[in-house]
Ligand binder design. Structure first.
Ligand code: PHE
Length: 344
């Protein structure tokens, strides 16, 4: 009998339960009224007196260990079942993954490219770290001329006499120079890209921004071509009722030069704070390529003429989506960026 009790003790010791059913089976086997332990107590009555002391001791031990195991496992099952049996409705649709979206500046850049590509313009690219010649000198900015101060420049390396400076490009016109130097007219291309100017950061200005410049050089290109091209662009970009006007301006690399305004999209021309009550907002600079620029790139200005224009992608995007602070574009706040999720 002692041996049987010892082996039951081992069985109790090893017992583990994952479910309440397993625990109930344990209870029925050991501690219930008809369980083994009660049977053993019955048997105990029959054994000879001299064995009673020893057997009684381990029998009581068996009873206690079965009862405490029962208690212990049932507490454990109570506490873990609370966290493990949360009702999961497997028929519910899954929570969709968050999808990203294109940056609003990319959306605008893509739309600009789309419009000009249909007019036969290629897309050209060039370096953001540039030398003085491609950024200024070839574009007819004389050395030490105040025109260079129109574009507060980040210099990377200053050379003693100025002409050999290395800098962050202040406009994408450097790509026009590289293109004209390396190829033969006709040229018809746009150049989107990032540019840098040493300006205080505010709602309207930043030390880096994006431009799209355009260049069209061929025989007999005239100002009427420039006007018509940008008129077409404005209507495609901002809607067919958009009006356009040219204001005389100055750029060292174009002559004549003009700034381009479109009728205000917000108030339709009647005057609001976006257009500063003028009814017009500026979107681009433009002009006929200066003969000196063509000559600097080895093109004969007697044979070829061209027009060029340049606009800020941030500015166009602000008008397009009525955004009033330029800093939002580079702050990476998802609450701002995700608003363009459904826009293509
Ligand atoms: N390069 C000019 C700028 O940086 C824009 C421009 C391009 C103006 C071509 C006229 C013609 O702002």
């Amino acid at each position: 009998m002692e041996e049987r009790i010892q082996s039951l003790l081992r069985e109790i010791d090893d017992f583990k339960a994952k479910t309440k059913d397993e625990l109930e089976a344990f209870r029925l086997k050991f501690t219930s009224r008809k369980g083994i332990i009660n049977d053993l107590f019955e048997e105990f009555k029959q054994i000879p007196g001299e064995q009673k002391k020893n057997v009684g001791k381990i029998l009581n031990q068996l009873k206690q260990s079965a009862e405490s195991k029962l208690q212990q496992v049932s507490e454990w099952l109570e506490s873990s079942s609370a966290s493990e049996t949360i009702d999961i409705d497997l028929t519910l649709p899954p929570i969709p993954d968050k999808v990203g979206n294109l940056h609003p500046l990319t959306l605008t850049k893509n739309r600009i490219i789309e419009i000009f590509e249909r007019l036969g313009f290629n897309v050209e690219d060039g370096p953001e770290i540039e030398d003085d010649w491609h950024n200024f000198t070839a574009l007819n900015f004389p050395l030490n001329h105040p025109a260079r101060e129109m574009q507060d420049t980040f210099f990377i390396k200053k050379s003693a006499e100025g002409g050999g400076d290395i800098l962050l490009r202040t406009h994408t016109s450097n790509v026009q120079i590289r293109m004209m130097q390396n190829g033969k007219p006709p040229f018809r291309a746009i150049m989107p890209g990032r540019v840098y100017r040493n300006e205080a950061i505010s709602a309207r200005a930043h030390c880096f921004f994006h431009q799209v410049e355009g260049l069209y050089v061929d025989r007999k290109v005239g100002f009427a071509d420039l006007k018509q091209t940008l008129y077409h662009f404005a209507k495609e970009m901002f809607g067919k009722d958009t009006k356009i006007r040219f204001r005389p301006s100055f750029f060292p690399f174009t002559e004549p030069s003009a700034e381009i305004d479109i009728s205000c999209l917000i108030c339709g021309g009647s005057g609001c704070n976006v257009c500063k009550y003028s009814g017009w907002v500026e979107i681009a600079g433009s002009g006929m390529v200066h003969p000196n620029v063509l000559r600097n790139c080895g093109i004969d200005p007697e044979e070829f003429t061209g027009f060029a224009f340049g606009m800020g992608i941030e500015r166009v995007t602000m008008l397009r989506y009525q955004i009033n602070d330029l800093r939002l574009f580079s702050e990476n706040d998802v609450r701002f960026l995700k608003q363009f999720q459904s826009v293509l």
